[in-house]
Design a protein around this ligand. Structure first.
Ligand code: NAP
Length: 253
């Protein structure tokens, strides 16, 4: 198989929430494959920018809070101004709130759904419209979760949002595949990032989780790079509506 299948030289990817964690791991992976990166963040992505630029590609930082859909038009506009077009969108930004279902607040419901599902959908819509306008291919990669497949405990809005991400990935693929837009998702298992800090600091939960992972360890941001490059590249041109688990075997148990 030729490496050209995975080559992203001359492409541009918008990645949300790439100042840290899995978004950073995927930004560095795509940059290594030759892709320019538009990083959409609430905070400075200086470390990611440095790593991306060290690979000899460009990084555009856009400051935006995806707790609302307001910044979406500007994200597309600034990307097009700098790079002409965006070829890849990775909807990675996400938050989690933990509380028993009986105590869960409406605020914790709305905050999580707004970032994890609503902004993901409307940014995908804006990206797809731009692809259709320029009659070009597009690759959308949504970040799902084990809780796209399972119920979990103490994270009702997160489970609802990530189950929604799996469903929306299929819906968007069904509507846009024939237009040359691939919509797929990656479902990370238990990865060592800010998102799982509380779990990893809880000795009981942490031991329980680790014992159940066939690979015997938490995943790292670098572990997502290969799946992200695959779904962003020509290697996946006939893959539509799929949610790819990168989970150390968690779902196989
Ligand atoms: P993380 O380190 O907390 O990263 C989340 C990213 O999303 C950060 O860059 C964060 O920015 C950004 N973000 C959150 N709210 C935002 C907002 N309103 N506007 C713009 N950006 C916002 O956690 P992570 O584990 O890398 O999470 C990345 C994605 O993977 C999330 O969708 C998460 O649900 C998913 N995931 C993670 C795991 C895991 O085990 N870690 C498993 C399955 C799925 P700030 O730094 O400013 O907060």
């Amino acid at each position: 198989m030729s490496n050209a299948l995975f080559n992203l030289s001359g492409k541009t990817a918008i990645i949300t929430g790439c100042n840290t964690g899995l978004g950073q791991g995927m930004a560095l992976g795509l940059a290594e494959a030759g892709c320019n990166i538009v990083g959409v963040n609430r905070r400075s992505p200086a470390e990611t920018q440095q790593g991306v630029e060290a690979m000899g590609v460009q990084f555009l930082a856009i400051e935006a809070d995806l707790g609302s859909t307001t910044p979406i038009a500007e994200i597309m506009h600034k990307t097009e101004q700098q790079f002409g077009t965006a070829d890849i969108l990775i909807n990675n930004a996400g938050i989690i709130r933990r509380a028993d279902a009986l105590e869960f607040t409406e605020q914790d419901w709305d905050d999580v759904l707004d970032v994890n599902l609503k902004s993901l959908f409307f940014l995908s819509q804006a990206f797809a419209r731009a692809c259709i306008h320029r009659k070009g291919r597009g690759k959308i990669i949504n970040i799902a979760s084990m809780l796209s497949f399972q119920g979990g405990i103490r994270v009702p809005s997160y489970t609802a949002s990530k189950s929604g991400v799996l469903g929306l990935t299929r819906l968007m693929a069904n509507e846009w595949a024939h237009l040359g837009i691939n919509v797929n998702a990656i479902a990370p298992g238990y990865m060592a990032t800010n998102n799982t800090e509380a779990l990893r600091n809880d000795p009981e939960r942490s031991t329980e989780i680790l014992k159940r992972i066939p690979a015997g360890q938490w995943g790292s941001p670098e572990d997502l790079a290969g799946a992200a490059v695959f779904l962003a590249s020509n290697a996946s041109n006939y893959v539509h509506g799929h949610t790819l688990a990168v989970d150390g075997g968690w779902l196989a148990r």
